[in-house]
Design a protein around this ligand. Sequence first.
Ligand SMILES: C[S@@+](CC[C@H](N)C(=O)[O-])C[C@H]1O[C@@H](n2cnc3c(N)ncnc32)[C@H](O)[C@@H]1O
Length: 219
Amino acid sequence: MKKLISISGVGKSSRAIEIGCGTGNYIAALEERTGCACWGIDPSEQMLSRAKGRYRKINFQSGEAKQLNFPDGFYDLVFSVDVIHYLDNRPMFFGEANRTLKQGGRICTVTDSAWIIRHRQPLAVYFPETVEVELDRYPGIAELGDEMIQTGFEDVTESTVEFRYRISDIQAYREKAFSALRLISNDAFARGIKGMERDLTTGPIQCVSRYLLLWGTKK
Ligand SMILES: C[S@@+](CC[C@H](N)C(=O)[O-])C[C@H]1O[C@@H](n2cnc3c(N)ncnc32)[C@H](O)[C@@H]1O
């Protein structure tokens, strides 16, 4: 969030939208820290109703990345977190983001690079079968950069954020809260859970979360 704010330069008088906002945590954090006017769109009514119940200051609307129902030049920042691999028409999304941004406005796509996917900890450590599945699902960073340039963005740059933490409770893994765990075989899943349980007997499991932020500027 710190990097999203410092690089975008969003402040009190800015407008920002999160595409695929889910339950609204990121857009709400941006509003709380900057006081900017905020919108969040998502096609899932279930996610949106949870978001609306939690955060009253955000304008949540049902919507899809490929058709943004907002005027030209409306936003200072268009961003998404962990959404780009769900989109069926990325060039249409980048085109809409470009149209709805002011001149000089920023787009930020927060996603996982191939390197991040290969070094996910604990996911790739205990469930190595998730790596190939995820590499197939996530678009490459160079491909995304090319698509952004083709839709009229310039100054395409990337940066990575990383934080370390430890877990003693693996219930979220048992419940397959991470979508990659629903895409591997039952045997691979069971092996991973067994490995986590074994290592937990000697102490908490070390984890690292990493995200790549891919930036562009509207000409
Ligand atoms: C992994 S969740 C991320 C939610 C939120 N950004 C976060 O990080 O907490 C992916 C989100 O993308 C949304 N999504 C899927 N397809 C979409 C589309 N075509 N346009 C916009 N959002 C979409 C889903 O409904 C879901 O809320």
